[in-house]
Design a protein around this ligand. Sequence first.
Ligand SMILES: *Cc1c(COP(=O)(O)O)cnc(C)c1O
Length: 362
Amino acid sequence: MLTPVEEAFVPLRPAVSALPAYVPGARVGAGAPAWKLSSNENPYAPLPSVQAAITRAAAEVNRYPDMYAEELVGALAAHSGVAVENVVVGNGSVALLSHILSAVVDHGDEIVFPWRSFEAYPIAAAVSGGKAVTVPLEEGTGRLDLPAMAAAVTPRTRVVFVCSPNNPTGPAVHAGELETFLAAVPKNVLVVLDEAYLEFVRDPEAPVGLDVYTRHPNVLLLRTLSKAHGLAGLRVGYAIAEPRLAAGIRAVSTPFGVSHVAQAAALASLQPEAQGQLMEHVEALVGERARVVESLRDQGWVLPETHANFVWFDLGEATMQRAAEAKEAGVLVRPFAGHGIRVSIGDPEANDAFLTVASSWR
Ligand SMILES: *Cc1c(COP(=O)(O)O)cnc(C)c1O
């Protein structure tokens, strides 16, 4: 028997009804003085050359974009040192995550990922109809437990997500442990190496994604222009994968998924002159990260080693209270209830404001 409510409404798929909400970082209210360190955004505005490309493209949006973003794909391939058939673009790498799963996951197939990690993973996994298999992080260090992840792979596993550096904890995987992991995972299981924070990594033991991908055709590199390039608001991500897999992902992608304006901005951002300026910004943020980490250490904090544009505080039950205190002080951070707080690296003034908050937490 259907209840009156069930009779009156179109049912949602159970997997959809049960979805956890993607929690966006807190937004700055109109007129409120606040430093927004809640979404891992780049504090630098887009370069003037990129803004000019956006303005030019605005005059042409009565036309559909180039469906497969051929010029942008060409630029990304050249930028990454791969062929165009290896590159697929998407409306942010979050959209690509879903397209990747659409291409390889059938009902009930298993998707292995670390937890806690990027909150888009459980949502994409549930929507795909696959079964999420989560593997806890290493105790205390915030590092991925790659041996445990390899052990979680079964004959039903189709995809494993390896987030490096891990959002929200910060450590990068190391080349040696990744090789051991890949040797243990069957060649027909897709390993997505999510390199959203690639440009911020300074760990000498971190793998070179392209080398790993070149040696292991079941590895896909997932990258984005949202972080180092500072184009989060325009939504451009890309995958690097072997041609057959790339074609499958392209086939299930939303048609015209990357807008004309976004394609133009991304192309401008990939110009050699722009690259130089962007990498100066990244270097400044890496410098700020070092300064923040050192100040926190001086305050007595023991934190996971971060190679991304954020730091992680394992605060357990105190999390929501501490986040409220930060907000009170004008600093927006990203709390994960009952677990901890992620704080993005911003400009020096924002970081100083946060350091004051962090010392008050002690
Ligand atoms: C920010 C982030 C992304 C990028 O998402 P976009 O959709 O490209 O903005 C991907 N993966 C991880 C782990 C991230 O933190």
